[in-house]
Design a protein. Sequence first.
Length: 526
Amino acid sequence: MTARRNAFCALLWVALALMPPRGGLAQGARGPSADPLLEGERAIAELRVEEAAAIARAALARSPTDQRVLALMGLVAFHQGEYVEAATYLERAGTAGTGGDAAALLATVVATRDLVAPMREARSADGRYRIRYSAGPDEILVPYALDTLAAADRFISEALGYRAPGPIRLELYPDAESLARVSSLTVADIARSGTIALCKWDRLMVTSPRALAHGYAWTDTISHELVHLILARATRDHAPVWVHEGIAKYLETGYRRGPEPFALDAVSASILVEAAAAQELLPFERLHPSIALLPSQRDAALAFAQVSTFVSTFHRLRGAPGLLDLVRRLAANEDARDAFAGAAGTSFNELERTWRADVRALPAPTRPRLLPRRLLAARALGGDTDADDLAEVSAEARRRLRLGDLLSGRGHPLAASHEYAAALTLAADDPVVAARFARAALGSDQATRAVAALRPVVATHPEYAPSVSLLARALEAAGHGEEARQYAHQAIRLNPFDPAPHCVLGAVGSAEERADEAARCASLGR
């Protein structure tokens, strides 16, 4: 998700307004030649960071104690990931102790400086991608993150017709509390909406998948946030939230899906179709200032489904050239609806009618259930247990699962599998139940039965990591090495801390990856 321009500009202009007027400068709007700093302030607000940096450095050489200059230098340093410098400049500019948004900005900079200080940094060979991460378990994320950044950067840059100058910075935070410390979100916002990443201040801010009970689609999330960064740069940050989120969701998996067209997952499609039938679609403007502030994860899923399918409809009509034209129009500061209409060659109302018709044409919902993202912090407090995952399963299915768990814990996998099989007949489309059955089936050398139980639930719930990981294991055991490899990669894109998919790749992966994946399998304790 992207932090919107208006919120950022409020921080910028309030911080500057709190400073004493610069001697010798006339008040009021004047062109860049009359007030070069004004152009620098505009440049940073429009994410023309390199231009702002050049203006700020020249101004600092002329006026090293000027508060506006120091404030601009602080903002430039913050955007460039130089947090110690940013805090120093902003403190010298006089923002400390002023109260209001300026003080909040300084507090965010200081919190970011302190959080990032002990982190390690990894860089791609060419230096274009820079990743900050915590030492320890999160080190395993780095090679996959670098590969994702490179692939997503190529795909997104071509799709949007703009290549960000770089370096592209990614920060991987160990938990939701860390993300809350360095953003405007609270832990409650994160838990309620399922938001675990942001693009703000010209960097990608992503929570480690180990912060969630079952991981999440963390590599797709990196790609999603990179869309925000490149789109914000390409449009000078003129695109509203709903456009940002629609394009980001539409493009986020393109780096790995190749020529396959965009398609909603089954859960999102079901939520969208049901909301449309009940006339409960969200107005696009309701997404402002952030999807993270919507009241529930279901509302967030609906919002993403709406805006991504709207962009899909537009792309179906106008193709890649239409998207490039849209970006150009947004960069020229056209109203978003006018930009869509102009790029589509029709009115916005007609485009919206076409989209609604596309939604009505979606298949009837299969009603797969939404599995909320659960923070591990909530589990530690007793708020995230297996019972939460099974809350919507029938009482009889839960009873059978409990019996199966007891038998499994006492070393009777075959007997446990019978109880899990009974639960599965009552909830055949539930990924949690299917995973329990499959684990027991694998333990009693019934890989084929495990595969049969897992395939349908992985199709409807492709982000439930335990089922995906078990399917990779079951396929390997059943002798389907190439398919096992595909699902092992999918599992790592969700939860790379699970040793099982690494072990699968260590056995049936490509020649290039076997040694590394076998080492990860061993290091993770399998």
